[in-house]
Design a binder for this molecule. Structure first.
Ligand code: FEO
Length: 169
């Protein structure tokens, strides 16, 4: 049986995943306004991924016999100073997500909830990828130092990203 403490922590994380989705949608809006359609596409895929993360966690709470709840979060940041600023903000956000997932894993371990540990393992691995992909884009953006042609090339590259649905239950 899942503890109420773990259910509460997972409900918090469901809200944080939805909050993450809103952050990426706001970043998409910035790129749409700045005429970077490829970067906007990348953010839209990220938005869909975060909603899938929330859905996956919601389904686990329900299946584990917990009471899933929707919790309100704050307004996401809407204004940014440059593409590099956006991706640095995204990476900093993902680092917070990673630390939250690690905290959840430690709670599941402390409670000897093996099912929750196996479930959370997927998120632990996912966070490695989340941080790596934002980190790589930051590296490229720093390399071009704001050069217009370089920005267009990165924009074209990020236009290729497509959303791949994940198993949510
Ligand atoms: Fe759901 Fe980007 O972590």
């Amino acid at each position: 049986m899942i503890s109420q403490k773990l259910v509460d922590a997972l409900n918090d994380q469901i809200a944080f995943e939805i909050h993450s989705a809103l952050i990426y949608k706001a970043m998409q809006a910035y790129f749409e306004a700045e005429d970077f359609p490829g970067m906007a596409n990348w953010m839209n895929v990220q938005f869909q991924e975060e909603l899938a993360h929330a859905e996956k966690m919601f389904n686990f709470v329900c299946e584990a016999g917990g009471r899933a709840k929707m919790l309100a979060m704050t307004e996401p940041q809407n204004d940014y100073s440059s593409p590099l600023n956006v991706f640095e903000t995204a990476l900093a956000h993902e680092q917070i997500v990673t630390s939250r997932i690690n905290d959840l894993m430690e709670l599941a371990q402390a409670e000897k909830n093996h099912a929750a540990q196996i479930f959370l393992q997927w998120f632990v691995t996912e966070q490695v990828e989340e941080e790596a992909s934002a980190g790589l884009i930051i590296k490229k953006l720093k390399m071009i130092e704001g050069d217009g042609r370089g920005l267009l090339m990165i924009d074209q590259e990020l236009a290729q990203r497509v959303f791949t649905p994940i198993a949510t239950n």
